[in-house]
Design a protein. Structure first.
Length: 247
């Protein structure tokens, strides 16, 4: 158990999207789309969104039977720039999956970091944990190192902390911002948000007229990248997995 791996009980009942996610097929949302495409069958019948499966059902994807014996795996990656947080990419760009060890199981990224964003990324086939860390209502804190061009005024900072409209009708939640270094050329800050809208931090600073030229996720809760080089990956410890499940 040192690796943080866990196994699912033999007898279970769960939604089809969760079952597929735990196979490392993709996120629950992506698995819903796969089901909607008619690619999944349960006991020979085409599955529908919302169907439940049990340990006695035969589940197939594209005609291939999926095993009920799932070993949960958990990885921590220090994502570099220049790769995408997907299992595959139709533009043939490098994906984070290529950075995993060859003996890694079938896992998927929990949430996404932009192509040009670095930092902490968790990969797993544990659908429950992925859901816990990404569903907005749980308000899991995620801290980023942000660098913008020039100086940032207190008025701009206070506006960002209170929440700004990044798209029509889309207002960010309150956030924490701590300036850690500044001069006339740039300002570095730690920004902690509790949601994960697409390109949220970049859009926030655009609202106050600032361009983010460096962005790196440093923490999820109190889990950090300490000791992990850029592009490196390691398994999460059982203690870290327990911590994340109880955030």
């Amino acid at each position: 158990m040192r690796s943080g791996a866990q196994t699912r009980p033999l007898f279970f009942t769960m939604r089809i999207n969760k079952f597929l996610a735990e196979q490392g097929i993709g996120s629950r949302r992506a698995c819903d789309e796969i089901v909607a495409e008619g690619r999944v069958s349960v006991n020979g019948k085409t599955a529908k969104a919302g169907d439940d499966v049990t340990g006695e059902d035969v589940v197939s994807l594209d005609g291939k039977i999926l095993s009920h014996k799932v070993k949960y795996e958990y990885y921590l990656l220090n994502k570099p720039k220049g790769c995408v947080c997907t299992v595959s990419d139709d533009k043939e760009r490098k994906t984070v999956m290529e950075l995993l060890p060859q003996n890694a199981g079938r896992v998927f990224p929990v949430g996404r970091l932009d192509y040009d964003t670095e930092g902490l990324l968790i990969l797993t086939n544990d659908g429950d944990l992925a859901y816990r860390l990404t569903v907005p209502k749980n308000e899991i804190p995620k801290t980023y190192l942000v660098r913008v061009e020039g100086t940032v005024t207190q008025t701009q900072l206070n506006r960002l902390r209170a929440g700004v409209e990044i798209e029509r009708g889309v207002i960010t939640k309150k956030c924490k911002i701590v300036v850690i270094e500044t001069d006339k050329k740039y300002t570095k800050m730690h920004v902690t948000i509790t949601e994960g809208k697409n390109r949220e931090i970049r859009k926030m600073f655009e609202v106050v007229g600032k361009n983010v030229d460096f962005l790196k996720r440093m923490k999820i809760g109190d889990l950090t990248l300490t000791g992990l080089d850029r592009g490196a990956v390691r398994r999460l410890s059982p203690e870290e997995v327990f911590y994340l499940k109880n955030l």
